[in-house]
Ligand binder design. Structure first.
Ligand code: ZN
Length: 217
């Protein structure tokens, strides 16, 4: 499923046909984290250490690695549990998630999936196949285990919608929030202005990580 956005950020998630029936009782999410995923929860298996590689292609004045590190720390700190962890990878071949600027060639092939939709600020992409996401082959044909690709367009950021907010927002999609908040004070607002997850964002992610997995990353 492709979800065009008129807003600066977008997540692309294709729908899968499977969901688990019995969800444990937890507080409800503050907003629908499956809005962009056809009602399907996608997330990493509990306890995953998510390896993130930031493509070094540079854009003047843009600290993508710094913004990514801050975003990873913000989400990990927000959740505070053992549901997932992050580590920074030094190579694409060792990455689960690749973050790159839109000016850089994508390091993964799309594995026969549809191209991500048009976007202004950023897009988070993965390619579901049944109940799990495909491993996206590295474009250099070497082996890898990339499941998710994040594209950031620094030119679409500004004082009101800074790079750090955009990167944290996309990482929120990467850890399983497949929706946007209607509240501008949340980092998962479609045009994110805040740079850290709010209580509402945290509650939403807490709900996600306690759900049965619909699409395993
Ligand atoms: Zn988004």
């Amino acid at each position: 499923m492709r979800i065009p956005h008129s807003v600066p950020v977008a997540v692309l998630v294709a729908a899968a046909a499977c969901t688990d029936a019995a969800a444990p009782r937890v507080d409800p999410p503050a907003y629908d984290p499956t809005q962009l995923s056809g009602g399907v929860v996608y997330r990493w298996p509990t306890g995953t250490t998510i390896s993130v590689f930031v493509d070094p292609t540079a854009v003047s004045g843009v600290d993508l690695a710094g913004a990514t590190a801050a975003g990873m720390a913000a989400w990990k700190s927000a959740l505070g549990g053992s549901e997932f962890a992050f580590r920074t990878s030094t190579s694409a071949a060792d990455a689960d998630v690749i973050v790159h600027v839109s000016a850089a060639p994508r390091l993964v092939a799309l594995a026969g999936c549809a191209d991500p939709p048009a976007f202004a600020g950023g897009v988070t992409f993965f390619c579901p196949a049944r109940d799990s996401a495909l491993t996206l082959p590295l474009s250099g044909a070497s082996a890898g285990h990339v499941k998710m690709d994040i594209t950031i367009n620094p030119a679409a950021t500004n004082t009101a919608n800074p790079l750090s907010a955009l990167v944290t927002h996309e990482l929120g999609h990467a850890v399983g929030i497949g929706g946007h908040s209607p509240n501008a004070l949340d980092v998962m607002y479609a045009s994110p202005a805040v740079t850290a997850p709010s209580a509402r964002d945290i509650a939403t992610l807490r709900w996600v990580v306690r759900q049965p997995i619909g699409i395993r990353l």
